[in-house]
Design a protein around this ligand. Structure first.
Ligand code: RI2
Length: 323
């Protein structure tokens, strides 16, 4: 390992995030924080960095850049890198290493606590006997449903399959394990089933300063249909999903994924000359979302900017950039 080449553990984590073996905004964030700790341990041993604090710092920044470049939309990833790198301090490699490992552990702990806390808030919105509809697989959204079940409420679920990667199957399995009766449907059946649903519960990959919710493709159509049917919809999102760059007018990049996720190459070949697009996320305007549930309580989407300013000030540092 040289001073700019990330440790093998970092490269493996980056690869797993890019291929979506590790997926879901919160899971990506904790994997990235843990990868930085592994980088710190490796750099404290490597010839080029073990006795040179500046080279150690440079290797941490390079590792963070490798992780940052994997997927563009979930802001929990850069927020995790920011959290750890901003706490890297010390005038010796050993102190630097310790500070990174401590920050990484503190971040992962906070993440788990935040999810538990927001689960309680989200559960309060659900009543005994409710049926919820889910989209994709969100550990934050599941935390709300599971907390409601733990409160003794009887909840059932209509789970959208979520093309093209069918993360709905993971949701279905985890809800079933939590004792929630599950009905799995294809995405296009959602509007038909909304009449039987009391709440829609989704997660978020990023939340913009104007209250726009960036989540798995299909969320915005579901939200519009839920509004038309009079079904409340909430987003469960820890505050690491708040996107600080949107405070200064930046927009959130929507990841475009490989067309092979949508159609297999042979079928495409048979159809002939067509374009295939595969956006992974969409933006639900704040007017179609009833509440954003965080570990700090529930917010109307339009007021989330207040919390964002409190947590991030007016902008976002990039501690992984070369000085
Ligand atoms: P948690 C997922 O994205 C889904 O869009 C989900 O709603 C969101 O991350 C948040 O997940 P992907 O990684 O952080 O499957 O709530 O593309 O687990």
């Amino acid at each position: 390992m040289t001073d700019t080449e990330p440790a093998p553990a970092v490269r493996e984590t980056a690869e797993s995030i890019a291929t979506m073996e590790i997926r879901g905004a919160a899971t990506i964030a904790s994997a990235a924080a843990e990868a930085l700790a592994e980088q710190a341990e490796a750099a404290a041993e490597a010839d080029a960095t073990a006795s040179d604090p500046e080279a150690f710092r440079a290797s941490m920044r390079a590792a963070a850049r490798t992780l940052r470049e994997t997927r563009p939309t979930a802001v929990s990833l850069p927020n995790a890198l920011r959290y750890v790198l901003q706490r890297m301090e010390g005038d010796s490699v050993d102190r630097l290493r310790r500070s990174v490992v401590d920050a990484s552990e503190a971040f992962v702990e906070q993440l788990d606590r935040a999810q538990e806390d927001l689960g309680q808030v989200g559960a309060n919105r659900l009543a005994d006997g409710d049926t919820v509809m889910t989209h994709c697989h969100s550990t934050d959204a599941l935390a709300c449903i599971e907390a409601a079940v733990e409160q003794g409420k009887s909840i059932s679920a209509v789970v959208k399959e979520t093309r093209p990667r069918q993360q709905g199957h993971i949701t279905a399995e985890q809800l079933r394990e939590a004792g929630v009766p599950v009905t799995l449907i294809v995405d296009s059946a959602a509007r038909r089933y909304l009449d039987e649903v009391d709440h829609v519960v989704v997660g978020a990959d990023s939340i913009a300063a104007d209250g726009g919710v960036i989540n798995k493709i299909g969320t915005s159509g579901l939200a519009v249909n839920a509004r038309e049917r009079g079904v409340p919809i909430m987003t469960a999102a820890q505050t690491i999903k708040l996107h600080p760059e949107t405070l200064t007018g930046h927009t959130v990049e929507i990841e475009m994924r490989d067309e092979a996720e949508v159609i297999d190459p042979e079928a495409r070949e048979e159809i002939g000359d067509i374009a295939v697009e595969n956006p992974a996320f969409d933006v639900t305007p704040p007017r179609y979302m009833d509440a954003i549930v965080t570990e700090q309580g529930q917010f109307p989407p339009e007021s989330i900017v207040t919390l964002m300013r409190e947590l991030f000030g007016e902008g976002a540092a990039e501690p992984w950039a070369e000085p």
